[in-house]
Design a protein around this ligand. Structure first.
Ligand code: B12
Ligand code: SF4
Length: 472
């Protein structure tokens, strides 16, 4: 059997189309394709966020490969693009099309009914996709395929029993299916001028922050460490990678495991790397050890500089913990990147000012001021639907972009209007970035790291200015 997988490109409303943005390997699709191949089949991946092929070339590529089935990843932001792509494929071929990923997992019935896709699979797709492909090829009832949503005689049929995927924790991702040389991290996460890739060592996260789109509930599944190490070793040998992002929701959740993996990253690749972590997991010894093993940057979901807001969103962190975490990264010579959400319930102009001043006082290396977007799969999405702020039939998925967007957010969950919120986002960025101290710091970085850093700072500054001047 042959499967053709597609990761669609981003809408024009998003800066993800610009040269300042990152393009990272689609690890979910890679996992499904690797599992499909491991079970004796053939698969190919078209990562169109990296390749940017035209519609004509996509269809040509599909026809040349002649697959039995097509699988597409749908996130909320690329859902309109996905929808158009499905229509095109259905017009040009009669190959069954399956949608999977975060967006359709949160909205399966809506997704099958609002697109021409034949199937939607929710949750982790490895087993169900394989089972579906086998049934399509060999015949048989589709009723027992976990997480499958389909149309039958004009009716939507949905089997909510998702398949258990415990046994894929040893599955090795086959990175040779991807155009590794085309990937790059976003400018603020760029560590070297060399080849970049990304890995994931776990799935899910045990917390339930109200703004976060959750696919796995509170499930937290660890991948086999030796398998991850083999993947990194392969990336080094075949592509000579010099930097890595670890995309785990919270890499340092299990400290000993993080240290163990970091030692091997250093041993098998000597790559520089960055990861996500929670401020409440900050730890002196841990940071020193990770820093010694090549960790150059930690991204913290710090979210707000107001403790009441932090409490409301159920992040289970405090301002004090954020302060400590940033201090400890500095001690361990690790860059800190804080991700901040403006427009959380209870937000006002004053709390935004308080938040920006708080982060200025901590002086992290980077701060991304995003606007709250209630993504499907999050508690706030359900709130927005209940309040009538989002109407599924009319919402514009292209506007679900949190930063450097050319559109207004789909709605606001605080007392500021969406326009006021975007104005405050621009204000926050100006206030944080356009400071002599901050500019001097990055100038010194250029002096230390040379032309490569000058390039990233130049492109970054251009993106910020373009966004500041853009009128919605
Ligand atoms: C890496 C990452 C990125 C990278 C690259 C994305 C990429 N190429 O994969 C970058 C930085 C570019 C990025 C950008 C954005 N991201 Co992002 N990102 C992630 C992150 C941290 C990891 C993704 C990952 O590799 N997961 C691990 C794999 C194994 O899981 P998976 O991809 O979900 O795949 C499984 C299932 O979804 C399913 N599946 C996936 N595809 C398919 C296809 C088929 C056919 C089937 C059957 C099943 C299936 O099976 C897979 C394996 O079990 C996730 C958080 C997370 N933990 O998933 C957020 C996440 C996906 N991003 C999110 C968001 C909001 C964004 C942005 C909109 C942010 C913004 N700035 O506005 C942009 C939009 C990008 C886009 N293309 O739409 C949300 C998506 C919410 C939603 N409802 O769509 C997430 C879930 C974060 C969150 N919790 O809120 N992101
Ligand atoms: S925001 Fe981070 S900590 Fe909170 S639920 Fe999402 S991944 Fe977990």
């Amino acid at each position: 059997m042959k499967a053709f997988f597609i990761n669609p490109h981003m809408p024009a409303s998003s800066w993800f189309n610009s040269s300042a943005a990152g393009v990272s390997p689609p690890l979910g699709l890679l996992s499904i394709a690797s599992y499909f191949i491991e079970k004796g089949n053939d698969a190919t991946i078209l990562d169109n966020s990296a390749e940017m092929l035209s519609e004509k070339n996509i269809i040509e590529k599909i026809k040349r490969y002649a697959p039995d089935i097509i699988g597409i990843t749908a996130t909320t932001t690329n859902f309109n693009i996905t929808k158009g792509l499905v229509s095109l494929i259905k017009k040009e071929t009669d190959i069954p099309v399956v949608l999977g990923g975060h967006h359709v997992s949160a909205l399966p019935e809506y997704s099958i009914e609002s697109t021409e896709a034949d199937f939607v699979i929710i949750g982790e797709g490895e087993k169900s996709f394989l089972k579906l492909a086998e049934k399509i090829k060999n015949g048989g009832s589709l009723a027992d395929i976990g997480g499958l949503c389909r149309k039958e005689s004009g009716k939507t049929i949905f089997n909510r029993n998702i398949e258990n995927i415990e046994d894929i924790k040893d599955l090795k991702l086959d990175y040779s299916l991807l155009p590794i040389e085309k990937y790059r991290p976003s400018l603020s996460r760029r560590l070297t001028p060399g080849v970049f890739s990304a890995v994931i060592t776990s799935r899910g996260c045990p917390y339930k922050c109200k703004f976060c789109s959750k696919l796995y509930g509170e499930k937290y599944l660890l991948r086999n460490e030796e398998t991850v190490i083999k993947e990194i070793e392969f990336l080094k040998k075949k592509y000579n990678i010099s930097e890595l992002i670890i995309w785990d929701d919270t890499f340092t959740f299990e400290k000993e495991r993080a240290i163990y993996l970091s030692r091997y990253i250093k041993k098998v690749s000597s790559a520089f790397w960055s990861c996500y972590s929670r401020v409440d997991k900050a730890d002196d010894k841990l940071y020193f050890e990770l820093s010694n093993n090549g960790l150059k940057e930690i991204v913290f979901g710090a979210e707000s500089g107001n403790d009441n807001i932090l409490k409301n969103i159920d992040k289970k962190i405090t301002k004090d913990q954020t302060k400590t975490a940033i201090e400890l990264t500095k001690k361990a010579k690790i860059s800190s990147f804080v991700s901040v959400i403006l427009g959380l319930p209870g937000e006002t102009r004053q709390t935004i000012d308080e938040t920006v001043d708080f982060f200025i006082s901590l002086e992290p290396d980077y701060a991304a001021f995003t606007t709250l977007i209630p993504f499907p799969g999050s508690e706030y999405f359900d709130t927005a639907i209940k309040k009538g702020l989002i109407d599924l039939k009319n919402t514009d998925w292209d506007s679900y972009v949190t930063i450097f967007s050319s559109k207004l957010p789909p709605c606001s969950l605080c007392d500021l209007t969406t326009k006021e919120l975007v104005d405050m986002q621009k204000y926050a960025m100006r206030k944080f970035l356009f400071r002599p101290k901050y500019i001097k710091k990055h100038f010194n970085k250029i002096l230390k790291e040379g032309l490569f850093r000058a390039g990233t700072v130049y492109k970054g500054a251009k993106t910020v200015l373009k966004h500041q001047l853009h009128k919605i």
